[in-house]
Design a binder for this molecule. Structure first.
Ligand code: SAH
Length: 466
């Protein structure tokens, strides 16, 4: 089984110091069930990748189990998926091989170990009970961009269909320690099986590795149940410990994330101007049923509920955590019934066709496309403009040319660390007119915020109508 961890943090070779494994050497660590190897397929200052290859010895495994209650010989003991898939064996190997990194320490690069850096983990074969949606539910609330592809049972026999395994890529700007902890806890959770006996010390392990992030995870119960192999008593014990500590307030986490963008743009309170401009565009288009795609914490939804001509607002976001915050900020649970009927929150991704997005007068995409990976823009375009196909699409995105006017933004930086790109005015104009042409819309582009004669406005808005 194979796990690679890559970074583009500069110099990328710091990864060797963070993992405490020298990129120049092939290192081998003996495990009770086999051998782990660490090698670096690439180690340049721009990009560095460490590969953890775990070689499970299936014969040794069976030998170890002999004499255990309930064990009896069967071929399945010898021929099974365990040697090949990332499961609890991978977790044990991670903890053994990268123990110092898991504890958050780095002798040579302590300051980098404390920093969030761009990291990517690739897992060749992940058994995933519940499929891709469970994979996303587990990792996306922790800030990962998740890519998964199904693995066919046999490429020579396509008719056999897909296996229950996924090839998985996870990307986030995070600490190495956090990435390792997330993998350590969540790989066995995905697999929903464990190769060893689960006893009370597993509760300690779960609390030690998940203590900081698990309490605030929307699926913490699923995680505790699966991690503790559905032992109700142990799971309850774990939850009691997790919740005894002050639970992590998702507001704090999401707000910290947003604060970055806010600080950069604060001086002109661009967020407010953006909401006003979007609401104006919706009202002038006569929209009554509006879907806010990538609604985040629901600020715009709140503003739109105050507009009498708008009857119904649906917020959609891929992040469970953002939606939780939105529900709380909108006070959905205590809203008057008539008002409550005007609003709905849905979890969903804008890169997958979704029937629930159809039938709206207008869709808003406020500061969302720059969070999508450029290769996903094609699917996003089809989902919004071909399938959902609202009468009007109001889209806002930063104008990268304006970044030089933000005094607190270092030259060349984007406004938010999750932005995959920021377009100049030409780029938005070109993309928008191609999209409009392909799907039978007309498009109008304008600026939001103060207009600078050289670099234009900080935000650009494209309004597509049919
Ligand atoms: N529209 C809000 C939030 C912008 S931040 C505002 O103007 O303040 C971008 C939001 O897009 C985040 O909440 C993020 O979770 C969401 N997002 C990113 N990729 C997404 C996808 N593929 N599908 C749905 N939402 C996505």
């Amino acid at each position: 089984m194979l796990l690679t961890i890559s970074t583009t943090h500069q110099p990328a070779t710091d990864l060797g110091f963070l993992l405490h494994k020298n990129p120049d050497r092939h290192q081998t660590v003996g495990l009770s069930f086999g051998v782990a190897h660490v090698i670096y397929p690439e180690a340049s200052p721009q990009r560095c990748t460490a590969a953890l290859v775990v070689d499970v010895d299936p014969i040794g495994l069976v030998r170890d189990r002999r004499g255990r209650p309930g064990s009896n010989f069967s071929l399945a003991q010898y021929v099974n998926d365990r040697p090949y898939v990332a499961s609890s064996f991978m977790s044990v190997a991670l903890a053994r091989v990268f123990s110092t990194a898991l504890s958050g320490r780095s002798k040579e690069r302590p300051e980098v170990a404390d920093r969030e850096i761009p990291l990517e983990a690739n897992l060749a074969v992940v058994p995933c009970r519940g499929g891709e949606s469970v994979l996303r539910r587990l990792f996306e609330p922790l800030g990962y961009t998740v890519d998964a592809s199904t693995i066919p049972l046999d490429t020579h026999f396509p008719a056999w269909g897909n296996s229950r395994y996924l090839a998985v890529r996870l990307r986030a700007t995070t600490k190495v320690k956090d990435l390792l902890e997330h993998l350590f806890v969540l790989l066995p959770v995905l697999d929903d099986d464990k190769h060893y006996w689960v006893g009370p010390d597993e509760v300690d392990k779960l609390l030690r590795r998940g203590g900081e992030w698990l309490a605030g995870h929307p699926d913490r119960e699923l995680i505790a149940q699966r991690y503790l192999r559905h032992d109700r008593h142990l799971a309850q014990q774990a939850m009691a410990h997790l919740l005894a500590d002050e639970p992590v307030d998702p507001d704090v986490a999401v707000a910290a994330h947003d604060a970055e963008e806010d600080t950069v743009e604060r001086r002109i309170s661009l967020g407010e101007q953006r909401m006003a401009a979007v609401a104006d565009a919706l009202v002038s288009a006569g929209a009554r049923r509006v879907v806010d795609l990538g609604c985040g914490q629901g600020k715009l939804i709140r503003a739109l509920l105050a507009v009498p001509s708008i009857d119904y607002v649906v917020g959609v976001d891929v992040s469970h955590r953002a939606l939780e915050v939105a529900a709380r900020r909108l006070h959905l649970d205590t809203m008057a019934p008539r008002q409550r009927q005007r609003v709905e929150l849905l979890q969903g991704s804008l890169t997958y066709r979704d029937q629930r997005l159809a039938g709206f007068d207008a869709a808003v995409l406020a500061e969302v496309i720059e969070h999508l990976d450029p290769p996903r823009l094609g699917s996003f375009e089809r989902v919004v403009f071909a399938h959902a196909r609202p009468g009007v699409v109001v889209l806002t995105t930063p104008n990268v040319e304006y970044n030089v006017r933000f005094e607190n933004l270092p030259a060349g930086d984007l406004r938010h660390r999750d932005h995959r790109f920021e377009w100049n005015r030409d780029q938005l104009a070109t993309w928008s007119s191609q999209v409009a042409q392909r799907h039978g819309y007309q498009v109008d582009i304008s600026g939001i915020g103060p207009t600078d004669p050289e670099v234009g406005s900080p935000t650009q808005m494209a309004v597509f109508s049919r």
